[in-house]
Design a protein around this ligand. Structure first.
Ligand SMILES: [Zn+2]
Length: 179
C-alpha cells in the first residue's frame, strides 16, 4: 500500500480493528511518517444470474434495486424499506454459497418480499416479472391476494389495500374518514 502523501511503498500498521465485515487499519508511512487508514474487506465470490433465455449475467445489486424501486414508485413505504429488501435478498443469495442462481429464484424472492410490504408494488412487479398475458392473469393474481381476507382476524371486514404497518397509509385513510 503506497503512502497517499509521498508515494513511499512501505508502511507499518499502528492499529487495527474489526469494523462491520472488514478490518480497519491505521498505518504510518515509513518515509514521511504520515498516517492513513486502509480497509480490508472480503471480496464476495462471483454470483451469476441465469436468465430465462439461459444467458449468464453477473449479479447486479443495482439492477435488483432498480427493479424493486420501479415497482414501489410513489408507494407510501417506510423510508429504507425498499433498500432493505434488496440488501436482504443480496445477503441471502451470497449466504447460500452458490455461484449461479436462476433469475426466477431472485424474482420469487422479490415477490415474497413485496407481498409483505405493499400489494400494489407486488402486483406491479408481478405484472412485469410474471409477464401476465392478459387481464385475466392479472385478475387471478389480485384474487389470490384478496382471498387472504379469509385469514384475517374477526372484525376486519375488508382486506386493507396496504398492509397495516405503513403509518402513512393509515393516517391517509383516517383523514379521509373524518371528513
Ligand atoms: Zn509517506
Amino acid at each position: 500500500m503506497k503512502c497517499p502523501y509521498c508515494g513511499y511503498a512501505d508502511s507499518k500498521v499502528i492499529d487495527s480493528r474489526d469494523v462491520n465485515e472488514g478490518i480497519r487499519r491505521r498505518r504510518q508511512c515509513l518515509g514521511c511518517r504520515a498516517r492513513f487508514t486502509t480497509y480490508e474487506r472480503l471480496q464476495p465470490a462471483g454470483l451469476f444470474v441465469i436468465k430465462k433465455d439461459r444467458r449468464r449475467e453477473e449479479f447486479s445489486q443495482e439492477k435488483l434495486l432498480s427493479g424493486i424501486h420501479r415497482a414501489c414508485e410513489k408507494r407510501p413505504l417506510p423510508t429504507g424499506a425498499v433498500d432493505k429488501l434488496a440488501v436482504d435478498i443480496e445477503a441471502q443469495l451470497y449466504q447460500s454459497g452458490r455461484s449461479e442462481v436462476a433469475s426466477s429464484v431472485i424474482g420469487d424472492m422479490v415477490m415474497a418480499g413485496l407481498k409483505n410490504l405493499d400489494y400494489i408494488a407486488y402486483i406491479r412487479f408481478a405484472s412485469v416479472y410474471r409477464d401476465f398475458a392478459d387481464i385475466t392473469d392479472l385478475k387471478r393474481e389480485v384474487d389470490t391476494l384478496l382471498t387472504g381476507e379469509v385469514a384475517l382476524p374477526p372484525g376486519t371486514s375488508q382486506l386493507p389495500l396496504i398492509p397495516a404497518e405503513e403509518p402513512m397509509a393509515i393516517t391517509g385513510s383516517q383523514r379521509r374518514r373524518r371528513r
